[in-house]
Each structure stands twice: as C-alpha cells, then as structure tokens.
Design a protein around this ligand. Structure first.
Ligand SMILES: Nc1ncnc2c1ncn2[C@@H]1O[C@H](COP(=O)(O)OP(=O)(O)OP(=O)(O)O)[C@@H](O)[C@H]1O
Ligand SMILES: C[C@H](N)[C@H](N)CCCCCC(=O)O
Ligand SMILES: [Mg+2]
Length: 221
C-alpha cells in the first residue's frame, strides 16, 4: 500500500472511523503504519477531556500510542478549535494556514515514513482548507491514491458519485470506496454500496456500524 489519502464524500461521515479501522487491520498483520490527521478543526485543547473524542486521539488509540503533546503534534500539527471549515476556524483564532506548508509537511512524511502511511483529509473532498485551496487541491498535490469514504444516509449515493467523478475528472486515482454505515439510514449500507459500485470502476465495500475494516479490500491495502 505504502501511502493513501482518505477523503470524505462529506464531513462527519466516517473518515476517522475507517482510518482507525485500517490502522488496526494493518497492525494486526504486523505492518508498520503511521496515521496522520495533519489539519483538523473542531479540536478542543489537549487538557480538555473532550480531546479524547478528537480525530487525533482516536487515530493515536488505533496506533497504540499515548496522547502526549509530542504525539499529538506529530500527528496533527495544524489544529483549530472552531468546528468549521479549517480556513474559517483558523481565522477565528487570528491565524491562517499556508496550504503549501501543509503539502510540504505531508510530502516529507511520505518520503520518510518507511512503512504504510494513511493521511486523513478534512471535511468533504472539496471543503476549504485555506482561503485559496480545498481538500481536492491537497489530494492532487500529494498524488496519492484516494480511499473515498461515503455514508449510507439518504443522499449519500449522490455525494459519493459526485466526489468520485470529481476525482476522476482531476486524474486522481481512487483506490476504493468504503460505505460507512450511517446511523438511522433508511436502507442497508449494501444497497448504497451496490448503487455506487454500478457507477464507478473502483471496488466498493461496506463497513457496518461498529465493524472492522472490510476483508474484501485486503488485496488493495
Ligand atoms: N461504521 C461506523 N460504526 C460506528 N460508528 C461510526 C461508523 N462510521 C462513523 N461512525 C461514528 O460517526 C461519527 C462521525 O464519524 P467520523 O468522526 O469517523 O467522521 P469523519 O468523516 O472523520 O468526520 P470529520 O469530517 O470531522 O473528520 C463518529 O462518532 C464515529 O465514531
Ligand atoms: C468540524 C468538522 N467535523 C470538520 N472538522 C470540518 C468540516 C468542514 C466542512 C466545510 C464544508 O465543506 O462546508
Ligand atoms: Mg475525521
């Protein structure tokens, strides 16, 4: 696998859940793995008990690493408090992110990580990451294959296909689509996965509520 970018068809859809499941899947197979969430918004301070629910804390847990300031900085150097698009969250703090720094930081990790590397994006594929860039620009600049995470809520099929088509249009390889089962979805996630699979050329797999990384994708990671 070496390196992979996890993008969402939307936000709060299961990217971190899938990334953590993939980390556990790889570690169970004795693979050396690093997971990064380089840019995160909606992140409480480290000393707030709510930090335990953050993407960074959940990825460190999957990696079997303690939540120390060093580990948090190494996983998520750009963290913002407000639960908004990162550019807006940064502005709330009087900060701004030069997205070229983010790309350079990720490229350095890709070049030096050694084992498998999973990078979780932020929000949906085209959520703004900086005033002049979206997650799509970030994924394109890194040139990594994308694992697209979809939900199974009503509307998820269109969101997933729109993201898949956008990746295709921009020449970004889509490794697979994972349908992470949404709470209260009106149809089984398999129905959503079938509808997506009929319209994309990549493999499509389901991750049920509380489930682990799909074995069906073992050959792709
Ligand atoms: N398959 C699943 N089984 C159980 N819980 C899930 C599953 N998928 C997502 N969730 C839960 O749904 C919530 C949102 O998922 P998650 O945090 O992974 O989304 P995200 O796409 O990473 O969000 P963000 O855009 O904030 O990074 C979390 O509480 C997560 O644990
Ligand atoms: C706070 C949230 N969980 C994410 N960290 C940020 C989502 C940004 C979405 C922006 C958008 O696409 O409208
Ligand atoms: Mg997340």
């Amino acid at each position: 696998m070496s390196a992979l970018f996890v993008a969402g068809a939307g936000t709060e859809i299961g990217k971190t859940y899938v990334t953590a499941a993939l980390v556990r899947f790889l570690r169970a197979r004795r693979r050396a793995v690093t997971a990064l969430k380089p840019l995160a918004s909606g992140v409480p301070p480290l000393d707030d008990p709510a930090f335990a629910e953050s993407d960074t804390a959940r990825l460190l847990a999957a990696l079997g690493q303690a939540v120390t300031p060093e580990a948090v900085d190494a996983c998520s150097p750009w963290r913002f408090r407000a639960p908004l698009a990162p550019d807006l969250a940064a502005a709330r703090e009087g900060r701004s992110l030069d997205w070229r720094d983010l790309v350079a930081w990720c490229r350095d990790r890709i070049a030096t990580s050694g084992g498998d590397l999973v990078i979780e994006g932020v929000g949906g594929l085209m959520s703004p990451i900086a005033p002049e860039a979206t997650g799509l620009d970030w994924a394109k600049a890194l040139g990594l294959p994308v694992l697209l995470v979809s939900g199974s809520y009503l509307g998820a099929i269109s969101h997933a296909l729109t993201a898949a088509e956008t990746l295709r249009f921009h020449g970004i390889a889509m490794m697979a689509v994972i349908v992470s089962e949404s709470e209260g979805a009106p149809t089984p996630p398999e129905t959503v996965a079938d509808a997506i699979a009929r319209r994309v050329s990549a493999p499509v797999a389901v991750l049920k509520r509380g489930g682990s990384f799909p074995d069906a994708l073992a050959d792709f990671v």
